[in-house]
Ligand binder design. Structure first.
Ligand code: DOR
Ligand code: ZN
Length: 428
């Protein structure tokens, strides 16, 4: 394998630019380096970060390869600066057994652009009735360490308790999609002034907050870890702050869209803005940003959810919830957290790489930028801007809510174990 030399990068955006030599997949040397024969990336003072890790990606293979495949989703991830993604289990068939998770893992390896870690379903067929074969999936070649029924909530408290106990024994974690289904029957949008005025059936904040509070108590009782998916309300941040102060082993993620967009988008009636959990209020957005900055919310996860045109370009109530996220995540974090002064680039490394790697049990991602560490890296031009166009994204689907928006922060190179997986907006 040829060596790669990154010339003049600011590690975590700090200090003077340095050169980083990568050999045999690891960071061999950091300093002032001349290396004949190495492939050179001129960083010109850009920001070098550990490769991003996404705990929440929908890749749609198997079952909906018309919207995304492991290959196209991996390309979107690499272009977005990711070196590892966790692929959610709500595929068709559901990833609730060793055969499917091994297939997804294997296919990710063949594509080779990011490490694809399959998430196993908590319950058989995501039906919320019976635990899936968690142990078999954990011990399979896919080495599953995150289990989730995402898209749906594990609503039965007894089943959730058993799932927490069981995954704890496996050294794994449950990622809960917190939504009390009895409170969201027919729900279409955040329950509040805007939804009532515009005629949408409401999805109350308490449907999320009550499940998170319950699950924190169940996790504490089971002495188990819990991860909360896509936190969307300020009340959930309050519950997490309370639970963490008590010593509950809980972690949480927030999506880029919940850091930027609000239910003011309901005015358009455009289903591109339909997502689950729904876009909330300006006050929620402000408090979610603060909770991410102070560590109450551990990390950013995309909830990248590709959908076909016919499932988005239709009336609101018939549209599927979800939006693309992999290629825009860094820019939304730059816009909402860095430009606002809430996080510096070291903070971005923490919320987009280090914490998600720890939560997902990855030991070779989210590592320090230091000699001897695996060369899973992302180079970001913090000053550059770009304009989002759904058709130009690598995903098959094009359902981005940021169409036409000019955003800061461009990923200029991504390296997976020293191999360049994306460079200047192109794969490889
Ligand atoms: O908006 C969403 N889309 N939320 C989910 O929980 C599931 C996801 C999907 O699979 O499309
Ligand atoms: Zn979800």
């Amino acid at each position: 394998m040829t060596a790669v030399l990154i010339k003049g990068a600011k590690l975590y955006g700090e200090g003077d630019p340095v050169d980083v030599l990568i050999e045999d997949g690891v960071i061999a040397r950091i300093g002032t380096i001349e290396e004949a024969g190495a492939e050179v990336i001129e960083a010109n003072g850009q920001v070098l970060l550990p490769g991003f890790v996404d705990l929440h990606t929908h890749l749609r293979e198997p079952g909906r390869e018309d919207t995304e495949t492991i290959a196209t989703g991996s390309a979107a991830a690499a272009l977005g600066g990711y070196t590892a993604v966790f692929a959610m289990a709500n595929t068709d068939p559901v990833a609730d057994n060793a055969v499917i998770v091994e297939h997804v893992y294997q296919r990710g390896q063949e594509v080779g652009l990011v490490d694809v870690h399959p998430v196993g379903a908590v319950t058989v067929g995501l039906k919320g009735e019976k635990l899936a074969e968690l142990g078999t999936m954990a011990k399979s070649k896919a080495n599953v360490r995150v289990f989730s029924d995402d898209g749906l909530c594990v609503a039965d408290p007894l089943l959730m308790r058993r799932a927490l106990e069981y995954t704890n024994a496996l050294g794994a974690v449950i990622a809960q999609h917190a939504e009390e289904p009895r409170l969201t029957v027919g729900a279409q949008a955040h329950e509040g002034e805007r939804a009532s005025r515009l005629g949408y059936t409401g999805w109350p904040a308490s449907a999320e907050e009550s499940i998170v509070a319950r699950d924190c108590l169940l996790a504490e009782h089971a002495k188990a870890r819990l991860h909360v998916c896509h936190v969307s309300t300020s009340g959930t941040a309050d519950v997490l702050r309370w639970a963490k102060a008590r010593g509950t082993q809980v972690s949480a993620e927030v999506t880029p869209h919940h850091l930027l967009l609000t239910d003011s988008r309901l005015e358009t009636y455009d289903p591109i803005n339909k997502v689950n959990p729904p876009l909330r209020t300006e006050s929620d957005v402000e408090k979610l940003r603060a909770a991410l900055a102070d560590g109450t919310i551990d990390c950013v996860a995309t909830d990248h959810a590709p959908h076909a045109v016919q499932d988005k370009d239709c009336e609101w109530s018939a549209a599927r919830p979800g939006m693309l996220g992999l290629q825009t995540a860094l820019s939304i974090v730059a816009e909402t957290m860095v430009r606002t002064g809430l996080l510096d680039w070291r903070g971005v490394a923490r919320v987009m790489s280090e914490r998600p790697a720890e939560i997902g049990g990855l030991t070779d991602h989210g590592r320090p930028l230091a000699e001897g560490e695996p060369a899973n890296l992302t180079l970001v031009d913090p000053d550059a801007e770009w304009t989002v166009s759904g058709r130009e994204l690598a995903s098959i689907a094009a359902n981005t809510p940021y169409e036409g928006m000019r955003l800061p922060g461009v990923v200029t190179a991504t390296l997976l174990r020293g191999r360049i997986t994306a460079r200047e907006g192109k794969i490889g």
